[in-house]
Design a protein around this ligand. Sequence first.
Ligand SMILES: *[C@@H]1O[C@H](CO)[C@@H](O)[C@H](O)[C@H]1NC(C)=O
Ligand SMILES: *[C@@H]1O[C@H](CO)[C@@H](O)[C@H](O)[C@H]1NC(C)=O
Ligand SMILES: *[C@@H]1O[C@H](CO)[C@@H](O)[C@H](O)[C@H]1NC(C)=O
Ligand SMILES: CC(=O)N[C@H]1CO[C@H](CO)[C@@H](O)[C@@H]1O
Length: 867
Amino acid sequence: MHLVISYFESIRREIMAFASAFLSVFMLYCFSSLSWAVDVTYDNRAVKIDGERKLLISGSIHYPRSTPEMWPDLISKAKDGGLSTIETYVFWNAHEPIRRQYDFSGRLDLVRFIRTIKEQNLYSILRIGPYVCAEWSYGGFPVWLENLPGIQLRTNNEVYKSEMQTFVTLIVDKLKEHNLFASQGGPIILAQIENEYGNVEWAYGDGGKKYVNWCKDLAQDYKLDIPWIMCQQDDAPSPMLSACNGWYCDQWQPRSNSTPKIWTENWTGWFKDWGSRDPHRAAEDVAFSVARFFQLGGSLQNYYMYHGGTNFGEAAGGPYITTSYDYDAPLDEYGNLNQPKWGHLQQLHLLLRANEKTLLYGDRVDHNYDAGGLKSVTVFSYLGKRVCFFSNADASEDFTLNFEGNSYTVPAWSTSILPGCYKEKYNTAKVNSQTSTMVKLDAYGDEDEDEVENYVDGADDNQGGDEPSPFQWKWTSETVLGVDNYLSSGGPHLVSHDQILDQKTATNGTSDFLWVLTSIEHNKSNPIWGDGSKIFVSVNTNGHILHCFLNGFHVGTQHALNGNFSFLFEKRIKTKFLRNGKNSLSFLSTTVGLPNYGEHFDTAKIGLQGPIRLISKSSYGTAFKDLNKNKWVYKTGLLGERSGLTTGDSSLWKTDRRPSNRELTWYKTTFPTPLGSEPLVADFIGLGKGAAWVNGHHIGRYWPKYLASEEGCDVQCDYRGNYGPDKCNTNCGKPTQRWYHIPRDFLRNDKANELVLFEELGGTPELVNLRTVTVGKVCLHAYNDEIVRLSCQGGRIFSKITFASYGLPDGGCGHFKQTHCHAKRTLQVINKECLGKKSCSLHVSEDTFGPLECPNQAYRLAVEAVC
Ligand SMILES: *[C@@H]1O[C@H](CO)[C@@H](O)[C@H](O)[C@H]1NC(C)=O
Ligand SMILES: *[C@@H]1O[C@H](CO)[C@@H](O)[C@H](O)[C@H]1NC(C)=O
Ligand SMILES: *[C@@H]1O[C@H](CO)[C@@H](O)[C@H](O)[C@H]1NC(C)=O
Ligand SMILES: CC(=O)N[C@H]1CO[C@H](CO)[C@@H](O)[C@@H]1O
């Protein structure tokens, strides 16, 4: 027995040894093949990789706005979408929330993110900043920075420069250590220092100029052997490359004629703040801006954002940027394809990249067809190959031109691309990709057809019935303490005697919430102010939400309106709440994102500013009692957080007599993990304003009570003409943000998940629900000769084709109509090809659908289908 075993054991060992030798040879091979260092340079046309000019289509995906489990899928969807490069900022305040205490875990694992890019053989652009704007709280600066003595941010200040250098060096060293720069075989081909400084430099005078030069020296000292960029910095000191950000960058030219035309931020849409409508930027307009950029000599462009994602935790800046950072990007907040944008741009990318050599090495000749240069033709030619761009920047008039004996029509506000210069291959205004209508389904429901259709029929951005929450809720209150209780409860706090501290000073940016407390003396028989009959608390604050309590009783709550973050809080105190002797006056001051943009944005005052006064109005007149010189006590964060309400269990939770509509109340429920892989969202309808946690992960601020403005949602949206955030809006009069993403990484597979809410204003959780997001309805309108693809999502199949017509269908998505010109077999063909399938491809032609004899030969296919 023993012998036999050892015989097998020795064979096993041999196999293992062989396997491990094989594996290490294999790994060595893989490693070295993936790790070829490349040489990144540039000339006046393009960034060059190993000496070859590259046409780079890049997209921004910010790692903390999604989760490590989402990254591979997002990056592969970007790659399928025709991108070759992923760009990200680096978020200083997320990595160093407290000075010299670093966090690179989970969503903050920058190295893992860049490695994921590398695994898919894409390039990466690293915008270190460390000022990043990004609608990110405080533009990415840690708030503690502002509290260092003698500091001035973004200028030639030694304290600031030393902190910046420490952080930038840490990031560079970390990435270097993992060989992630192109010169080491990694994906990072470009790096950025500072960000959009050119927009504000004027405000920093001489210090600003010195600072820009210092940034250049700092970057160069790292000797990374890759080019550095400074976007929106027209006078970027050589060799720093300047780059353009904006909705259109076709007219922009670098100041130096030896550097390429780079577009670091092409805004695919726009962000949203509390109270604003949902902005949309049409696929046709984004495609037009991209085609124009390459027509006029561009070589590198980046979508800001390609995936916007979610402002988890307290990351949203602004103030008042929403938790969703969807941005109407080609990948939606949850990582789904935003169709037709994703598909329409994909076709453009593939076409541009297929003509890379001609576009980047060819001679370029521009012909203007009008004085303003709105109607133009550009011909690139290289080694006998040609590519033409026909462009029409007129917002209303089509452009008909004769070119080399043929006639072409270029619709208003569009560009046609013609490889070979004789046949239109792509026009930015002709969308051949499917339009997907996303639906939100009951996370635990059966996916029977009826239900799906119901949701589709009511389709708009806010589907979902107001059904009672299936969850059992526990609750507890955030305790409102007076000064003495606070002081005796221990823990860190600050005290000031003759001034009110700015909220940034008191919290160091570690929480949205700051308790500010004092006590006041009152003598009923000798009120020092008036007759004591009508007493008001009056406070000047710079935002954003203020709650006031007297002896634990709620006096009032008020919030800033978007657009003006300072307001006057003045509420009457009920005299019955006043005690003889000592009274506790407690404020909870809440911030909703710190500012992130503008010259000196960092020094803006936030929170209670004073004067803080008691005002007595009586028949004797008006009397004031100034409280600014009182003793003030500050406590950062919520008591509930400190007592562990957001993580694990707590004896504080109650199940009986749940209050309705009470401010500063905590709620908790548990829910099982929904099956499947579709993105999960929470419907927070019915809640007021607050914060939510799933299994201890802060999923962001919620504020469904803040409605988007009623006006401005034109039914007909004309994308033609310059884009602006007020164009093509939806969601008027509805909750600014009703749905909140719960990434599946945050869920537990084995046991119940916990959802904890801190409700500030007094909403109720009765209607809170969970839903999954998927493609509900698909629409297609495609031109003759295209090969089109229709697909559902998440393993779902086409269950019904509700419209199909090849010929000259009328109307648009949702209201297509058949006309006299219609191929009778259309529905039959589509049913055969698509019904019951996850996806299908079709060639739009008479061959597929049968011959037609209509006068107009520009046949089209229109389809509507339900997944
Ligand atoms: C804020 O952080 C800075 C830097 O670490 C420190 O000097 C300061 O004491 C902190 N302030 C508070 C209130 O914690
Ligand atoms: C309140 O005012 C009355 C009348 O002036 C005075 O007699 C009494 O001592 C005061 N009480 C306190 C606690 O100061
Ligand atoms: C903002 O509101 C404050 C207080 O109501 C007011 O004094 C100030 O003028 C307003 N500022 C602007 C720019 O509207
Ligand atoms: C920062 C920046 O480039 N902003 C520009 C974005 O595009 C709009 C519209 O073209 C311009 O008005 C902005 O100046």
